[in-house]
Write a protein that binds this ligand. Structure first.
Ligand SMILES: NC(=O)C1=CN([C@@H]2O[C@H](COP(=O)(O)OP(=O)(O)OC[C@H]3O[C@@H](n4cnc5c(N)ncnc54)[C@H](O)[C@@H]3O)[C@@H](O)[C@H]2O)[C@@H](O)CC1
Ligand SMILES: [K+]
Length: 557
């Protein structure tokens, strides 16, 4: 697990290092800027080749882009970079990048959004260093307005563009504070070649991964997404939450984290973590244990014609290692179920009384309710299941059944429960929290999916796993993690019918094995994505449990 920081947490870590005298802010900025250049050369080694270099005097002479034949016969030209600097320390990093590239013979054009006199001290030093190298700093906005799209032309013909406009300090409303700042965001940045964002693409809130809206009436601009679309994002020390949640991943391109020599992140309850590979020993089974040592899960099913979802959960629970799995079937579906199952067992569960009777068997240590269950059956069985105080997963219909009275559900939940809502179910159970999350933010740091899941878990009094490509899991004490299915873990084929039922089964199976709710939810979410990656395109829900043996083998389980 690695930490995913907020801007405030990053500032605390940075300030503590500076206060301890280990490092200065200026040194951190130098390392950050150099880290960006290093990451660029690692990503595009062709840019690191020396033969492109020319003398510094020619470095600002851009000239028109040659035709292909001309280019073939011409002397090698210097590589061209445009660096867009903002008014804070993100801009300071940009000046370092500009200097380092210029020292390597690149032709570098720097545009400053803001007033050089008002730059914060470290950024100001780097502005001076850039100027001392003979570097010119163009005022950004006047260039756009006066030279009729000059900057645009440069951007679209540059070999590299650096976005150092806003980083973790993006806080104010883009429109109302600076009615003209939108112009930076009005560029079709997705079409710019090799656009590299320093820390975070400008316009993306690093805490929430949301883009900030602007008041289109005040600025007179068309509505749009006012954020840069980067091909590569280079961040420092640790990834930030915004790199992994909401629309952040879609705008970051690829994220590289560069070490800038800060100390390890101290353990603090408020710090959210990215779920990483579970340790194999957790998942291994004891060589002497019998099946009952690995728990017995009960998965309640729906009626006739509605049993498939619970079977998917059962398959998931078995494959993840539950010793036994029993499907609790209403009479109408007994024949259907019997003709479909082999390894899972089944038992008749006819209503509240039926479930009470079945739960007298205390070996049933993990319950799953929801997949394909039907809301009526869920309303009848959920209270009985919760009163039994077993580890319990509530998914799908077991959540929607309480849309009209979520408080009644919360009153019955206990700390052995895991709720697994997707976006729609989340809205039904936590409408006020969802409304806050879905509000388009105008200021940073914006309310995030992490904030929303934490608040929901606190209210529910149990673990909440809020699904999505950015699944967030939180417990009532504020512990929180993100299972990011982005970048090299992108698993778009997981968005398929029944995949949530398998996830509920994985969690139930792990709970049966004795995992704590938070650990079960985190491990299941991680395995779920790994199974999808293992199978690849063409995946359907049935395939997911079948990938577990291969995933386990790779983990060394
Ligand atoms: N925190 C750290 O440990 C380090 C930070 N560094 C860099 O510093 C950045 C953070 O610097 P800052 O805190 O100065 O923040 P930024 O440089 O991200 O931006 C803050 C500046 O933008 C202004 N601003 C914010 N919202 C605005 C809006 N909507 N319209 C116009 N202006 C707006 C602020 O008033 C401030 O001047 C990081 O992203 C990173 O790039 C690095 O130099 C290395 C170390
Ligand atoms: K940036």
């Amino acid at each position: 697990m690695t930490e995913l920081l907020t801007a405030a947490q990053m500032r605390v870590i940075e300030q503590a290092a500076i206060d301890s005298g280990e490092v200065t802010g200026l040194e951190l900025m130098e390392r950050a800027g150099r880290g960006v250049v290093e990451a660029i050369f690692e990503e595009w080694p062709e840019l690191a080749e020396e033969h492109h270099g020319l003398t510094p005097d020619l470095a600002t002479d851009w000239g028109p882009t040659p035709e292909p034949l001309e280019a073939f016969n011409a002397e090698p030209r210097p590589l061209r970079a445009v660096v867009l600097c903002g008014p804070g320390n993100n801009g300071g990093d940009g000046f370092v990048v500009a200097r380092v590239l210029k020292e390597r013979g690149w032709a570098v054009e720097v545009f400053l959004y803001g007033n050089a006199e008002k730059l914060p001290p470290d950024a100001r030093v780097n502005y001076e260093r850039w100027s001392g190298l003979g570097g010119i700093c163009h005022p950004w906005l006047s260039t756009i307005y006066d030279n009729d799209g000059d900057l645009r032309g440069k951007l679209f013909s540059a070999d590299l563009t650096i976005d150092a406009v806003f980083g973790t300090g993006l806080s104010r409303d883009l429109g109302s504070v600076h009615a003209d700042v939108w112009s930076a965001f009005d560029l079709d940045t997705g079409a710019i070649c090799r656009l590299v964002a320093v820390d975070v693409p400008s316009g993306v809130c690093s805490d929430s991964g949301e883009t900030l809206d602007i008041d289109c009436r005040a600025t007179g601009v068309d509505e749009g997404l006012f954020a840069f679309q980067a091909e590569l994002t280079v961040t420092f020390h640790r990834a930030k939450l915004g790199h992994h949640i909401a629309v952040g991943p879609a705008l970051c391109g690829k994220v590289v984290v560069k070490d800038i020599g800060l100390p390890r992140v101290p353990a603090a309850p408020g710090i959210c973590r990215a779920i990483g590979e579970p340790l194999a020993p957790w998942l291994r089974k004891s060589s002497t244990g019998h099946k009952f040592a690995n728990g017995h899960a009960l998965i309640l099913t729906g009626g006739f014609g509605k049993t498939g979802a619970a079977r998917l959960s059962a398959r998931g629970a078995l494959r993840v290692g539950a010793g036994l799995v029993t499907l609790g079937v209403p009479p109408s579906a007994q024949m259907e179920m019997a003709s479909h199952i082999t390894a899972p067992m089944m038992t008749r569960v006819e209503g509240a009384e039926g479930l009470k009777a079945v739960l007298e068997d205390v070996r049933l240590n993990a319950l799953c309710l929801g997949p394909g269950m039907g809301q009526e059956r869920a309303r009848e069985l959920v209270p009985v299941a919760l009163a039994a105080k077993r580890a319990t997963v509530l998914d799908a219909d077991a959540l929607s059944a309480f849309s009209d009275e979520p408080e009644a559900l919360f009153a019955q939940l206990h700390e052995q429960c895991v709720l697994t809502p997707h976006g729609g179910e989340f809205v039904r159970l936590f409408p006020d929290i969802a409304a806050k999350l879905n509000e388009v933010p105008t200021k940073g740091p914006a309310y995030s999916k992490v904030d929303a899941t934490r608040e929901a878990a606190k209210r529910a009094g149990c673990v909440v796993l809020f699904k999505g490509p950015d699944t967030v899991i939180a417990d009532p004490k504020g512990r929180c993690s993100v299972n990011s299915a982005h970048y090299d873990r992108a698993a778009p084929w997981l968005a398929t019918a029944g995949s949530g039922d398998v996830l509920a089964g994985f969690i139930t199976g792990l709970l049966a094995r004795g995992f704590a709710p938070m650990q079960a939810a985190e491990t299941a979410a991680w395995l779920h994505v790994e199974c999808a990656l293992e199978f690849g395109p063409g995946l359907i829900a049935e395939d997911l449990p079948e990938q577990l043996p291969a995933v386990f083998r790779k983990l060394g389980v």
